[in-house]
Design a protein around this ligand. Structure first.
Ligand SMILES: [Zn+2]
Length: 399
């Protein structure tokens, strides 16, 4: 099934998303409905290059014919942003498209489903974490931290080979924290399910929430601020769980000039991927587990049922689930997340979100786009060279 690429323009931003016309109306409708982030007070279509305002069904009948390229333009009153969606529709779609348009225009639901809201929130948080890895101060801290003799080994090794060396050093230089010892008596603590608000000082360095770890002996609570700023993570002893360690490792890679991004299963784990030019795709790298290029470890070793795995990198956000499961059909039909066509809308939006917050030059943008394209091609065509020789082990680092 070949997806069709649609370009969404929103203000200065452009993002691409994919639609799958072959899969019929309900999903396509869902996709259109999910565009709740677009201002919607009025809609235009551009038919064969001319913008027409469609206000009645007669207008629709007059202007929309089969075989036309259609652009749906939604522009909010009093707002500068314009959203433009290019829809290239096959013949059989025209009639159904009119129905979509009518529902989209006149019967849009007032609020999106909970799963949409949750996906949106999780992706934006991951994007915000990724942005931490791009800050000049973060990159400077990482550069200062990496020993010269480690960095020097980039020469003469492929990216994947170097990642093994770098991660070995990283793993021995960081501490995975399941729970912190009691501040009062030093005994073992248990993490509480609730979190508390960070202090003003913690907020200033990007802490989003603070866990409480309760002492099993004296019952005192020890605070465990979840740091996201790489400089703060280094300053606080290079310790944490998958969040802290993946942010820090991604920053280290970026500081060394590698194209690294954060990958989340939107459940309880986050790790890093780094583009390897020799392999032609992004390479799975787990800073908590000290493993490189073993993407099936979560499914085969940890016994996870993968649902949706998303990468957030420089100016892009991509569904990378196929790399992490041998049961892709099962993953895409999982009801806990919106259908994939809807997910594409959200990932496109998050790519634009990152793009609006970092500036890179045209040459780097071009190089990056090539990387993302090559990786997507590898994912789509199953051309992933998975290193499937090793034994898969259960989770070492804890949830
Ligand atoms: Zn205690």
């Amino acid at each position: 099934m070949e997806p069709r690429t649609i370009t969404v323009h929103s203000g200065e931003q452009t993002a691409e998303l994919e639609i799958y016309p072959d899969l019929g109306m309900p999903t396509f409708l869902q996709q259109l409905d999910s565009l709740h982030f677009l201002p919607s007070s009025s809609c235009w279509f551009v038919v064969d290059g001319q913008r027409v305002l469609l206000e009645s069904e007669e207008d629709i009948d007059t202007h929309l014919k089969e075989n036309t390229a259609v652009w749906l333009v939604s522009r909010g009153a009093g707002r500068a942003s314009t959203a433009l969606i290019d829809l290239y529709l096959p013949n059989s779609f025209a009639e159904q498209f009119l129905n979509i348009y009518r529902r989209f225009r006149f019967q849009r639901s007032r609020s999106p489903p909970q799963s949409y809201i949750r996906l949106d929130r999780e992706l934006i948080q991951t994007a915000s974490d990724f942005l931490m890895t791009c800050k000049p101060a973060s990159l400077a801290s990482a550069r200062d931290w990496v020993p010269r003799d480690i960095a020097r080994q980039m020469e003469g090794h492929t990216v994947k080979e170097f990642l093994v060396i770098l991660l070995e050093w990283f793993h021995s230089s960081t501490t995975f924290v399941k729970t912190t010892p009691c501040v009062r008596c030093g005994s073992v603590t248990v993490s509480q399910s609730n979190t508390v608000q960070p202090t003003e000082e913690e907020k200033r360095v990007g802490v989003r929430n603070v866990e409480l770890h309760r002492c099993q002996t004296c019952h005192a609570d020890t605070r465990f601020p979840r740091h996201r700023d790489p400089t703060a993570i280094i300053a606080n002893g290079r310790r944490g769980r998958c969040g802290e360690l993946s942010i820090l490792f991604t920053t280290v890679c970026r500081a060394l000039g590698l194209e690294a991004r954060l990958v989340t299963d939107l459940n309880d784990h986050i790790w890093t991927e780094v583009f390897d030019d020799a392999l032609g795709h992004f390479v799975h790298t787990d800073p908590c587990e000290n493993t490189v290029d073993t993407p099936l470890m979560y499914e085969k070793g940890w016994g996870k049922t993968q649902q949706l795995v998303v990468a957030v990198g420089m100016n892009h956000c991509t569904d990378v689930t196929p790399r992490y499961t041998e049961h892709y059909e099962r993953a895409v039909s999982d009801p806990r997340w919106p259908r994939r066509y809807v997910c594409h809308v959200f990932t496109s939006r998050v790519g634009a979100y990152v793009q609006s917050r970092v500036t890179i030059n045209d040459a780097d943008q071009e190089r990056l786009a090539t990387f993302v394209r090559r990786d997507l091609t590898a994912l789509r065509h199953g051309a992933l060279e998975r290193d499937d020789s090793g034994e898969y082990r259960p989770r070492q680092s804890g949830a």
